[in-house]
Design a protein around this ligand. Sequence first.
Ligand code: GLU
Length: 505
Amino acid sequence: MSEGKVRVRFAPSPTGPLHIGGVRTALYNYLFARQHGGELVFRIEDTDSQRFVPGAEEYILESFKWLGIRFDEGVSFGGKHGPYRQSERRDIYKEYVGKLLDTGKAYIAFDTPEELEAKRKEIENFQYDSHTRGRMRNSLTLPKEEVEGLIEDGQQYVVRFKIDAGQEIHVNDMIRGDVRVKSDILDDKVLYKSADELPTYHLANIVDDHLMEITHVIRGEEWLPSAPLHVLLYRAFGWEDTMPQFAHLPLLLKPEGKGKLSKRDGDRLGFPVFPLEWHDPKTEEVSSGYRESGYFPEAVVNFLALLGWNPGTEQELFSLDELVEAFDITKCSKSGAKFDYQKGIWFNHEYILSKNDDEIARLFAPIVANNGVDATMEQITAVVHLMKDRVSFVKELWDLCSFFFIAPTEYDAKTVKKRWKDYSAKQMTELAEVLEEIDDFSIEGQEPIVMKWVEEKEYKLGDIMNAFRLALVGIGKGPGMFDISAFLGKEETLRRLHAAIAALG
Ligand code: GLU
């Protein structure tokens, strides 16, 4: 084993789109690897061909590319521990299953599904273990010749791990401490099936972690029950010295706080649970993704990093590099983390604010063009500057900003009723005359002149501004009035004023 080098892995099964909890697991592995100058391996655990979904592996890789989470080694990245797809490592697993059989740490079992079912009926809480294996059809109970004969006849069998009762197993978990389990509660897990000549998850996982020199196993809490078995497997192989340290991350919970976060919660409350949009190849169902919903990858990373870990300070905004600095796996919480999707929206808003106007303008420009407006980059940037603090997503800008580019053709009835007084037409006609005389149509050029006129006429400032706004915007909302008129310019401002006077009288 390379002395002291931290090596972690993210090992998804390609059974569908990557769930957002899986993204967080990968992120924590990434942060841990980076902060220790270590390496992150990408392994595909596809020994269960029944659950294989085409496109899932590509989807997972694309997700990490988008998020900026880089792997050092693995499927599509290469490396000296390959192949990294478990379906391409059959011979390796066979060899290691053989080792366990040779040393008596595992045995061959012929019990058919029907026989197992019958036992379950016969014995309450039946478990295939040290107490029951002596009554089953396996290489421990049958004569050697019979075992060989059955295999030669092509009888299907499984290889089971022989777990001795009465042991105390310690799982050294960086988050949960020393987790102790009695071996009596474990069953003799199936490690290999002759039917498909493939190992089960447990065997492949341990053999690969060992051969790939993994030093720390950071994964979801749902794998904690498997950890004692994994410790025993390391021991059975005689690999205690290179046993990885474990960290089982807290579950992501429903926004309400009870129960595991599921895709249905996303559908119900309208937020994505997948990094990218996913088109299910079988059902043709489309599930929304963070990318397509308009989230910045940095915002998603920042949001996820704080689900289950916090820096112990007030700081909430972290770049990926800052996370590498601040992250501490031992400070992850043991209890589940509520998936507060509103917080994710808040993060996106913060990232819009932190990005410069040019960058947001580049993202907004195609939306402006799609709405049939021919605007300059300068105009779009000016609008972004005025309005970006009001939105959480770039796509929300259009509804809020369209009036900058398109003159109102209708006027909001409620606002008209409230804001357009009997004398508004007369006042707006006068205002138009005042504006007509202004050469410098910047905010600074207009504001003092208009204010002076309002004062001299002893008009109510509110009356003027409300009617002016209604004329230029069509509703009672928007940024500062002179921001709007300065953006529109003299000609367009006067045109809109006269149009409103004509329409509203
Ligand atoms: N293939 C497992 C999964 O899909 C990996 C579990 C582990 O990290 O050990 O999550």
